[in-house]
Design a protein around this ligand. Structure first.
Ligand SMILES: [Zn+2]
Ligand SMILES: [Zn+2]
Length: 161
C-alpha cells in the first residue's frame, strides 16, 4: 500500500512540488513560472491535492507528475483545468472560422475530453473536425494548452498517442 504526497500547484497548473508535505522547502507561495498563487488544497472542499504516489521501499525516479484535472473528493474541476479549457476556446475564437454555436459545442467537448467517459470518444470526433477547420498554428497552440489536461483515452482518440 502506498500513500499520496500532497502536491502544490499554481492556478495555471505549474507544479512547484509534487511532495509538498515531505519537502516544504520546495514550496512556493507564488509560482516562479507565472507569478500566480499556488494551492495545496481543492478550493471547493479543501481536500489536499494528490501528488506523488509513494510506495514504501520503492523509489520512483523521473516519473512525470501531472496535476489531476478533477478533485478526487468532490469532483470539482481544478482551476488549471478550467483555465486551460477557456484559453483553448479563446484561441479557437481568435481563429474566427467557427460560429458561436460551434464554439459552445467545442467548449463542452473539451470538458468531456478531460474525462474518461463514454462521451469522450464522441467529443474527440467533433474535436478533430474542428481542428480540421482551423489553421495549423491554432491546432498546435490548442494542443500545447490542453495536452496536460486531456485524459489518456482522449489523447489516444485525438492524437493516437
Ligand atoms: Zn504558474
Ligand atoms: Zn474537492
Amino acid at each position: 500500500m502506498g500513500t499520496y504526497r500532497v502536491a502544490q500547484v499554481c492556478l495555471n497548473g505549474h507544479v512547484p512540488t509534487s511532495s509538498a508535505d515531505r519537502h516544504p522547502e520546495l514550496r512556493e507561495t507564488f509560482c516562479s513560472h507565472c507569478g500566480d498563487a499556488t494551492t495545496m488544497n481543492c478550493i471547493k472542499c479543501n481536500t489536499p491535492i494528490r501528488g506523488d504516489y509513494d510506495v514504501e521501499g520503492v523509489f520512483s525516479i523521473g516519473d512525470h507528475y501531472r496535476p489531476p484535472a478533477f478533485c478526487h473528493n468532490c469532483g470539482n474541476a481544478f482551476p488549471w483545468t478550467e483555465r486551460k479549457i477557456s484559453s483553448a476556446v479563446e484561441l479557437i475564437e481568435a481563429a474566427g472560422t467557427l460560429s458561436g454555436e460551434e464554439i459552445q459545442q467545442f467548449k463542452a467537448d473539451l470538458t468531456e475530453l478531460t474525462k474518461d467517459s463514454p462521451k469522450t470518444l464522441v467529443a474527440s470526433v467533433r474535436f478533430k473536425k474542428v481542428m480540421g477547420k482551423v489553421g495549423n498554428s491554432i491546432v498546435s497552440g490548442v494542443r500545447e494548452i490542453i495536452v496536460d489536461v486531456l485524459s489518456d483515452t482522449a489523447k489516444k482518440a485525438v492524437w493516437g498517442s
